[in-house]
Ligand binder design. Structure first.
Ligand SMILES: [Zn+2]
Length: 189
Protein backbone atom coordinates (compact mmCIF):
# COMPACT_ATOMS: atom_id res chain seq x y z
CA UNK A 1 0.00 0.00 0.00
CA UNK A 2 1.25 3.42 -0.99
CA UNK A 3 -0.19 6.54 0.62
CA UNK A 4 0.45 10.28 0.38
CA UNK A 5 1.04 12.51 3.38
CA UNK A 6 1.45 16.27 3.50
CA UNK A 7 4.28 17.07 5.90
CA UNK A 8 4.47 20.87 5.44
CA UNK A 9 3.31 23.34 2.74
CA UNK A 10 6.34 22.36 0.69
CA UNK A 11 7.09 18.77 1.73
CA UNK A 12 5.03 15.74 0.71
CA UNK A 13 5.67 12.10 1.58
CA UNK A 14 4.85 9.11 -0.57
CA UNK A 15 4.84 6.28 1.90
CA UNK A 16 5.19 2.66 0.84
CA UNK A 17 7.56 0.04 2.22
CA UNK A 18 10.04 2.93 2.09
CA UNK A 19 9.26 6.62 2.01
CA UNK A 20 9.95 9.12 -0.76
CA UNK A 21 9.85 12.80 0.11
CA UNK A 22 9.17 15.56 -2.38
CA UNK A 23 10.23 19.19 -1.98
CA UNK A 24 7.69 20.88 -4.23
CA UNK A 25 9.33 24.26 -4.86
CA UNK A 26 12.74 22.75 -5.44
CA UNK A 27 11.33 19.95 -7.65
CA UNK A 28 13.49 17.61 -5.62
CA UNK A 29 12.87 14.04 -4.48
CA UNK A 30 14.59 12.37 -1.53
CA UNK A 31 14.94 8.61 -2.09
CA UNK A 32 12.89 6.67 -4.64
CA UNK A 33 11.53 3.60 -2.86
CA UNK A 34 11.39 -0.09 -3.68
CA UNK A 35 11.21 -1.25 -7.29
CA UNK A 36 8.30 -3.59 -6.63
CA UNK A 37 6.07 -0.62 -5.75
CA UNK A 38 6.97 1.30 -8.91
CA UNK A 39 3.47 1.37 -10.39
CA UNK A 40 1.80 2.64 -7.23
CA UNK A 41 4.56 5.14 -6.52
CA UNK A 42 4.33 6.51 -10.05
CA UNK A 43 0.57 6.90 -9.76
CA UNK A 44 0.88 8.70 -6.41
CA UNK A 45 3.69 10.86 -7.73
CA UNK A 46 1.74 12.04 -10.77
CA UNK A 47 -0.86 13.57 -8.44
CA UNK A 48 1.90 15.68 -6.91
CA UNK A 49 4.44 16.32 -9.65
CA UNK A 50 5.11 14.90 -13.10
CA UNK A 51 8.16 12.61 -12.86
CA UNK A 52 9.56 14.37 -15.95
CA UNK A 53 9.51 17.68 -14.05
CA UNK A 54 11.65 16.42 -11.16
CA UNK A 55 15.03 18.13 -11.41
CA UNK A 56 16.95 16.58 -8.54
CA UNK A 57 16.97 13.25 -6.74
CA UNK A 58 18.96 12.91 -3.53
CA UNK A 59 19.65 9.51 -1.99
CA UNK A 60 20.18 9.21 1.77
CA UNK A 61 22.06 5.99 0.92
CA UNK A 62 22.03 3.49 -1.91
CA UNK A 63 20.21 0.44 -0.53
CA UNK A 64 17.76 -1.19 -2.94
CA UNK A 65 14.69 0.05 -1.07
CA UNK A 66 15.80 3.66 -1.55
CA UNK A 67 17.10 3.62 -5.13
CA UNK A 68 14.63 1.19 -6.75
CA UNK A 69 12.75 3.73 -8.86
CA UNK A 70 15.51 6.06 -9.97
CA UNK A 71 14.57 5.27 -13.56
CA UNK A 72 11.20 7.03 -13.38
CA UNK A 73 12.90 10.44 -13.34
CA UNK A 74 14.27 10.88 -16.87
CA UNK A 75 15.34 14.51 -16.46
CA UNK A 76 16.72 14.50 -12.94
CA UNK A 77 20.26 14.89 -11.72
CA UNK A 78 21.11 12.35 -9.01
CA UNK A 79 23.04 12.93 -5.82
CA UNK A 80 24.47 10.85 -2.99
CA UNK A 81 27.35 11.30 -0.57
CA UNK A 82 30.89 10.98 -1.88
CA UNK A 83 31.42 7.94 0.36
CA UNK A 84 28.24 6.23 -0.90
CA UNK A 85 29.32 6.74 -4.51
CA UNK A 86 32.79 5.42 -3.72
CA UNK A 87 31.40 2.31 -2.02
CA UNK A 88 28.99 1.71 -4.88
CA UNK A 89 31.77 1.90 -7.44
CA UNK A 90 33.94 -0.47 -5.42
CA UNK A 91 31.29 -3.12 -4.61
CA UNK A 92 27.91 -2.38 -6.23
CA UNK A 93 26.14 -5.39 -4.79
CA UNK A 94 27.33 -4.73 -1.24
CA UNK A 95 26.26 -1.10 -1.49
CA UNK A 96 22.82 -1.76 -2.98
CA UNK A 97 22.10 -5.29 -1.65
CA UNK A 98 20.27 -6.41 -4.78
CA UNK A 99 21.46 -7.10 -8.29
CA UNK A 100 18.60 -5.56 -10.27
CA UNK A 101 18.64 -2.33 -8.29
CA UNK A 102 22.42 -2.15 -8.67
CA UNK A 103 22.02 -2.55 -12.43
CA UNK A 104 19.46 0.25 -12.59
CA UNK A 105 21.66 2.48 -10.50
CA UNK A 106 24.54 1.78 -12.83
CA UNK A 107 22.65 3.42 -15.68
CA UNK A 108 22.43 6.79 -13.94
CA UNK A 109 25.12 9.32 -13.17
CA UNK A 110 25.61 9.97 -9.46
CA UNK A 111 27.12 13.26 -8.30
CA UNK A 112 28.44 14.04 -4.81
CA UNK A 113 26.04 16.23 -2.86
CA UNK A 114 27.17 19.55 -1.41
CA UNK A 115 25.76 20.82 1.85
CA UNK A 116 23.54 23.89 1.57
CA UNK A 117 22.17 23.34 -1.92
CA UNK A 118 18.37 23.74 -2.16
CA UNK A 119 18.37 24.79 1.50
CA UNK A 120 19.36 21.27 2.54
CA UNK A 121 22.05 20.91 5.12
CA UNK A 122 23.88 17.60 4.67
CA UNK A 123 24.78 15.73 7.86
CA UNK A 124 27.12 12.77 7.48
CA UNK A 125 25.69 9.89 9.50
CA UNK A 126 27.89 6.81 9.01
CA UNK A 127 26.57 3.70 10.76
CA UNK A 128 23.77 2.00 8.83
CA UNK A 129 26.08 2.46 5.84
CA UNK A 130 29.40 4.30 5.67
CA UNK A 131 27.99 6.84 3.22
CA UNK A 132 24.61 7.47 4.85
CA UNK A 133 23.50 11.08 5.14
CA UNK A 134 20.68 12.93 6.84
CA UNK A 135 19.27 16.07 5.27
CA UNK A 136 18.04 19.05 7.25
CA UNK A 137 15.54 21.32 5.51
CA UNK A 138 15.96 24.24 7.85
CA UNK A 139 13.25 26.43 6.34
CA UNK A 140 10.56 24.02 7.59
CA UNK A 141 12.62 22.47 10.40
CA UNK A 142 12.26 19.06 8.79
CA UNK A 143 14.95 16.42 9.22
CA UNK A 144 15.20 13.53 6.76
CA UNK A 145 17.02 10.74 8.56
CA UNK A 146 17.17 7.95 5.96
CA UNK A 147 17.74 4.61 7.68
CA UNK A 148 19.76 6.07 10.54
CA UNK A 149 16.94 7.02 12.87
CA UNK A 150 13.30 5.94 12.95
CA UNK A 151 10.40 6.78 15.22
CA UNK A 152 9.92 5.54 18.77
CA UNK A 153 13.65 5.30 19.38
CA UNK A 154 14.27 2.72 16.65
CA UNK A 155 17.52 2.93 14.74
CA UNK A 156 18.87 1.43 11.53
CA UNK A 157 20.63 -1.91 11.26
CA UNK A 158 24.40 -1.86 11.44
CA UNK A 159 25.12 -5.43 10.38
CA UNK A 160 25.07 -4.90 6.60
CA UNK A 161 28.08 -5.10 4.26
CA UNK A 162 28.87 -1.36 4.25
CA UNK A 163 27.75 -0.71 7.85
CA UNK A 164 30.05 0.97 10.34
CA UNK A 165 28.62 -0.01 13.73
CA UNK A 166 31.23 1.89 15.71
CA UNK A 167 30.09 5.24 14.21
CA UNK A 168 26.34 4.85 14.72
CA UNK A 169 26.24 6.31 18.19
CA UNK A 170 28.07 9.43 17.19
CA UNK A 171 25.83 9.87 14.14
CA UNK A 172 22.71 9.63 16.28
CA UNK A 173 24.18 12.19 18.65
CA UNK A 174 24.75 14.56 15.75
CA UNK A 175 21.08 14.27 14.81
CA UNK A 176 19.95 14.93 18.37
CA UNK A 177 21.77 18.23 18.28
CA UNK A 178 19.68 19.50 15.38
CA UNK A 179 16.83 21.85 16.14
CA UNK A 180 14.22 20.02 14.05
CA UNK A 181 10.48 19.86 14.59
CA UNK A 182 9.51 17.07 12.21
CA UNK A 183 11.48 13.90 11.60
CA UNK A 184 11.02 12.15 8.27
CA UNK A 185 12.58 8.68 8.39
CA UNK A 186 13.23 6.35 5.48
CA UNK A 187 10.59 3.92 6.74
CA UNK A 188 7.38 4.47 8.63
CA UNK A 189 8.55 3.05 11.94
ZN1 LIG B 1 19.09 1.02 4.24
Amino acid sequence: MVSVHKITENVVEIRGESSLYILLKEKLVIDTGFEFEKKEIKTALKEIIEPEDVKFVVFTHLHMDHVGNADIFPNAKFYASEQAIKDFKAEPLEAVLEEDAAKTLNTIQLSPIKSGEWGLEVIKTPGHTAGSIALYYKKDKVLFTGDTKFRHGHIGRVDLPTSVPSEMRNSLKKLEEIDYEIMCPGHNY
